[in-house]
Design a protein around this ligand. Sequence first.
Ligand code: PBG
Length: 338
Amino acid sequence: MTSVSTAAPGSALDGRVVRIGTRGSLLARTQAETVRSALTAAGVTTELVVVTTAGDKSIAPVREIGVGVFTTALRDALADKTIDVAVHSYKDLPTAEDSRFVIAAIPPREDARDALVARDGLVLGELPAGSTVGTSAPRRVAQLRALGLGLDVRPLRGNLDTRIGKVASGELDAVVVARAGLARIGRLEVVTEALEPVQFLPAPAQGALAVECRGDDDHLAAVIATLDDEHSRVAVVAERALLAELEAGCTAPVGATAEVVESIDEDGRIFDELSVRGVAAAIDGSDTIRASAVGKPSDADALGRSVARELLDLGARELVDVTEPSTPNVSKGESTDA
Ligand SMILES: NCc1[nH]cc(CCC(=O)O)c1CC(=O)O
């Protein structure tokens, strides 16, 4: 009988207990659990460690708390070795890279679209003028106003359950949240419309997770890398490059979505193409600038940047740089606790 090695990838970690850090919200813990089960399946022993971030402690607008409100405390815990892995919602990570860490995996992404959760099963086009729609993310505020439906956009923070609860309670007519978040916590039934990118673009990297570890933790990084999904990574790279080229953060009224799609050449051969779309919108809804491109998945970063440069050529700079601290309705930041 020949012996076949069945060693799981995680056996390289030799009995080490890997501590997975997560925020305490239901969504964050659910996301961390999916990473945990994947690592368990790879033969790794893990435990979850809940880390409280600035964004969890304060209900102040994200603009006031600052960049990295949901991620800095996790990164600090990673750096001081309280945890070994941090699971982030990718869109919450600042665009500046942190050389202490590596994003060892981007697991298969959820549907990136935003979702409308409205009273009485209504879709956007059915909401009468004057309807109240809760969201604080400038990107969502701007795109909602740009629809010209006369919606009354109201500031909104709190975890997903709290936010969708304001529709159930009748406090708001609707809210806009990430569909991925609802999918992960098993609440997709409340979605009344998935907002199509043709009229409403999601945040760059929305629906994707970043599984991060210390840059020198090679064995662990190699095991985590088995969770990586190539198409998800390529799309996220393009979207984040677009955002970086605009010198905008997760706080700017900028949306982007990228997707690997199958194409067919003249000889009938199927190949992968990367499609990238971006938008910059004025906070007051008076202007939206869109651009798009298709190219090779291997050029994801350059493609994202070229779409950003086209947006800039079309005048996106002044829309992206807008700060409007005098308007209580508007906060800089996705401003949405998960
Ligand atoms: N802190 C905001 C945040 N970060 C990640 C998600 C949802 C999940 C995702 O986009 O991956 C949300 C909530 C929302 O945008 O409604």
